[in-house]
Design a protein around this ligand. Sequence first.
Ligand code: ADP
Ligand code: MG
Length: 280
Amino acid sequence: SVTVRLSGRTRVITVSNQKGGVGKTTTTVNIAAALASVGARVLVIDLDPQGNASTALGVPHTADIPSIYDVLIDDFPIADIVQTSPESTNLLCAPSTIHLAGAEIELVSQVAREHRLRTALDEYLANLDERLDFVLIDCPPSLGLLTINAFAAADELLIPIQCEYYALEGLSQLLGTVRMIQKHLNPRLRLSTIVLTMYDGRTRLAQQVAEEVRSHFPQEVLGTVIPRSVRVSEAPSFGQTVIAYDGASAGAVAYREAAVEIIRRDTTDGRAVDGANEET
Ligand code: ADP
Ligand code: MG
């Protein structure tokens, strides 16, 4: 076990990639659970109408439950919708419900439509009794107003990239959107982290994709790659992250290592926590 330090401020990280099925939600909930397992206090904001992050965190999100929709459209405080995951008292979730499917359109006519999440999150973070170490925002697979709200609210962008054909396709459009956001909405936003997901080291293709992504983004790509693993894909059907579902599995080990890397990349003199085991 290693000791890692948490910085003294809340890092707000948006997990985005307008492609579907690349591992955004899986990466969000498992990094969040891994961070919580080493003592970090973490909030996951589920910004995808499908609500897969809420499901994986074991948090109810039927249509009658107050959700991030009410925050964005009806000015609910985030404090009124946050639930604690049964997995850990350190792991919070602002759930999504099916109502969020309409929010993309309803937001168009709202005042300060790009800043709704940012405003709500700033107010929430400023009034907490116990500071959060991380906020992770799980985005839908589009570059619409929900994702723009996430970009406007975040300091960091984490992009999961699936190690397969066309991995880099769409990335220039994503980075173009980020530059537009930096210029007009949120100069603090920076691409901090790229996570290679669903890696199958037996295939030459996966190795080639990983090499190519690393050559383009040598600073951003985490050393840890997330292997393709059945345990990772099974966990959500039990309403769990892989960290809780099978903590010794290769996927859980990789996500814990990725979480430790993310903490370390920001290390300043903060609070020491107990890190995950690091195998080499
Ligand atoms: P996104 O949120 O980008 O749409 P998901 O996180 O939902 O992507 O992942 C897409 C699918 O791939 C899901 O069925 C998920 O269970 C599966 N998956 C994600 N990561 C892994 C992995 N490391 N190993 C096996 N299956 C994975
Ligand atoms: Mg998703």
